[in-house]
Design a protein around this ligand. Structure first.
Ligand code: AP5
Length: 218
């Protein structure tokens, strides 16, 4: 099964992709995480992406397409069962290029899952998000707190805040989402791949909706 996770920043794409990749044994490819890894490692791509991401804007399509195609090829070579693309594609051009790439590799998409979350909810989620600095595990100060306040459950390290989770950058990311990414909902609806999931509920409730939905996709 090959899935796309669509939705505004903070809708829960990363949280649920991580849970589902384990329960369904799918590979989780998160465009934002791969870009942040490139920044940490100081690659040429990371250097080009760093300031763009800090401003909450989109990294140019060609760079992101090439990065994701290389990741998908690598998964394929390893014999992966399927994937969840989280945060990719994010523009119509990316979606069109992904379609061409998958066709050339004789692969198909099973569904595009749209996490339908309200602006009020996503702002509250992003403002309280915290991450483990070692493996990027996602927490929330209220919704998904660690066992000990401010400290990662697995590595015992102080949790960190993402640079782009500051109020001004959150506003910018939401504006970019509405302008560039929201049109993908219609794109995938036309291709008969769109599945909507109400995503304002708590994590167990959203997870249940997703698992029910996957029974209809399998
Ligand atoms: P990226 O890292 O992909 O960020 P995003 O899309 O803005 O999404 P987020 O990671 O902020 O949110 P999420 O939906 O994964 O929510 P999460 O599960 O963490 O991209 C960052 C940047 O990289 C972009 O701005 C851009 O510059 C660049 N980029 C990435 N992809 C690109 C592309 N394709 N093209 C060009 N540029 C690209 O949850 C949020 C919080 O809520 C967490 O604290 C979590 O604990 C909590 N939470 C989650 N679900 C629930 C729930 N159901 N109930 C309660 N709390 C919940």
């Amino acid at each position: 099964m090959n899935l796309i996770f669509l939705g505004p920043p903070g809708a829960g794409k990363g949280t649920h992709a991580e849970m589902l990749s384990k329960s369904m044994r799918l590979s989780h490819l998160a465009a934002g995480d791969i870009l942040r890894r490139n920044i940490r490692e100081g690659t040429a791509l990371g250097m080009q992406a760093r300031d763009i991401m800090a401003r909450g804007e989109l990294v140019p399509d060609t760079l992101v397409n090439n990065m994701m195609f290389a990741e998908i090829r690598e998964l394929r070579a390893k014999g992966a069962k399927g994937f969840i693309l989280d945060g990719y594609p994010r523009t119509i051009v990316q979606a069109q290029e992904l379609d061409k790439f998958l066709a050339s590799e004789k692969m198909t998409l099973s569904a595009a899952i749209n996490f339908d979350a309200s602006e009020e909810v996503v702002v509250a989620r992003l403002s309280g998000r915290r991450l483990c600095p070692v493996d990027g595990k996602i927490y929330h100060v209220k919704n998904m707190p660690p066992r000990k306040e401010g400290v990662c459950d697995c590595h015992g390290q102080p949790l960190v805040t993402r640079k782009d989770d500051q109020p001004d950058t959150i506003r910018k990311r939401l504006a970019v989402y509405h302008e560039s990414t929201k049109p993908l909902i219609e794109y995938y609806a036309k291709n008969d791949l769109l599945r909507n999931v109400p995503a304002d509920g708590d994590a167990p409730a959203v997870q249940k909706l997703l698992e029910k939905l996957f029974e209809t996709i399998r």
